[in-house]
Design a protein around this ligand. Structure first.
Ligand code: DWN
Ligand code: ZN
Length: 416
């Protein structure tokens, strides 16, 4: 399972979590480019690396996963363009979580909060403001430097079991370990969880957020599948993963963020509450713990891709102009699997200044600032960042008042 450092990718033959070899593919996208590898104008002449994107189910532990592991240094270390702080809704969501934990856990100046994949400090800055000690760990140098600038001490590194041992040897044990949208990203799933177990105080809690596989399937959010996302979790699969490392999933909450996520409360003491028991029962009754649940997903994805392509081509043939909103990673999957090129969409807008004047992977749509929508006033805007629909529609009230319309790609393509 160890990644050879100079290999660009490896194809896994066994489950990332339990090591079982009974993994069955249920969705196949062929080879696609890397979703966050935005191109500069000098990259445009060069061929782009593409990697197999294939989703499988483990019959032994129920984990949904992709089978290709792209070298994490290629994915995250170098010019990673995702900065959490560009979404006000995410900032609000994160602040509420921090304040709730400070309150419920009675945190103070003696406490220590560690965040794995702390990005630009969007979450930890709330603890700093409250006078609580923090440490951020993130491998992406741009976001890590941005975190330092807002007063969040950050180590620019991948979190591993070894890093956990080193920090522990330096006397660090955490009251809270946050890990938001990172568990699915790590190639050594078990090492990462073992590291959490080592770094948590005996009475500490790991508060982990991850997209939930049920809404992914139910709402056809297939665009959230790309090489950064190695795992697509159910509570059934998570419960087994944590137990293997002497950790217990004791409480779970449902969040609307990122198309439907779970917030997991994980501790070293077993105290499984009703929220987890109910969710395990729900998954068993819906069959989410078995391959049958996933078998017809591929044909649903095909239908959505066809419907969206048909809609865009019809609008275009009627003479409409179309732009897109959100140079999101999920947008890269959407445009590259549906085949949405410059013939259909003129440009993509995004609030993230680090993405401006770059190009989307594969289809190479140019990325501009959001002001371009009012300057150009395209007839339609395909909402690639559909997970922030309410927030973005509010921001674009003027574009809509002037007659502009949005196209939502999921769960079924529609104009709003
Ligand atoms: O797991 C991951 C998630 C959490 O974030 C990563 N692997 C990468 C990233 O995925 P994504 O790029 O699909 O995430 P977002 O947050 O859905 O991307 C939204 C994009 O839209 C960003 O580029 C920011 C942009 N945006 C904007 O321009 N205006 C977002 C909002 C809310 C806005 O108002
Ligand atoms: Zn497994």
């Amino acid at each position: 399972d160890m990644m050879c450092l100079d290999a660009k990718s490896v194809t896994e033959r066994a489950c990332r979590s339990c090591g079982g070899t009974g993994i069955e593919t249920f969705l196949e996208f062929g080879k696609t480019p890397l979703a966050d590898r935005l191109l500069t104008s000098s990259d445009i002449g060069e061929p782009e690396p593409i990697f197999p994107l294939r989703v499988a189910f483990c019959k032994d532990c129920s984990l949904v996963q992709i089978t290709e592991t792209v070298n994490p240094i290629i994915l995250f270390a170098d010019s990673y363009p995702y900065y959490s702080s560009f979404s006000p809704a995410l900032l609000k969501h994160s602040r509420a979580n921090a304040l709730d934990l400070i309150n419920r856990r009675g945190l103070g100046p003696e406490s220590l909060v560690i965040e794995l994949a702390s990005n630009d400090g969007y979450l930890l800055k709330n603890y700093v403001e409250a006078g609580i000690r923090v440490l951020g760990i993130d491998p992406a140098d741009g976001p890590a430097a941005a975190a330092e600038r807002v007063g969040v001490p950050t180590r620019c590194a991948f979190f591993t079991r070894d890093v956990a041992e080193t920090l522990r040897a330096q006397g660090m044990r955490a009251d809270i370990i946050h890990a938001n949208n990172v568990l699915a990203h790590v190639a050594d799933t078990n090492g990462f969880v073992a590291g959490i177990a080592r770094l948590l105080k005996d009475d500490g809690v790991a508060v982990i957020e991850a997209p939930y596989v049920e809404p992914l399937i139910e709402h056809c959010e297939f665009d959230t599948i790309y090489h950064e996302h190695l795992c697509y979790f159910s509570v059934t699969a998570l419960d087994k993963l944590f137990r293997r490392h002497g950790l217990y999933l004791n409480e779970v909450k449902h969040l609307s963020i990122h198309g439907g996520s779970l917030r997991l409360y994980v501790e070293s003491r077993e105290n499984v509450g009703a929220t987890v028991k109910d969710q395990l029962a729900h998954e068993a009754s819906r069959g989410i713990d078995a391959i049958g649940y996933f078998r017809d997903f591929s044909s649903k994805v095909d239908a959505l891709k066809r419907d969206l392509s048909t809609l865009l081509r019809r609008l275009k043939s009627q003479g409409a102009t179309i732009a897109a909103y959100g140079a999101a990673a999920k947008g890269a999957t959407l445009i590259n699997t549906v085949g949405i090129g410059r013939d259909l969409v003129d440009f993509v807008v995004d609030r993230n200044v680090y993405k401006h004047n770059k190009y989307m992977p594969g289809q190479r749509l140019p990325i501009r600032s959001t002001e371009a929508l009012l300057e150009v006033q395209p007839d339609y805007v395909l909402l690639l960042a559909w997970n922030f629909v309410d927030e973005i529609l509010d921001q674009q009230a003027e574009y809509r008042a002037r007659g502009g319309k949005f196209i939502l790609p999921v769960p079924t393509p529609r104009i709003i």
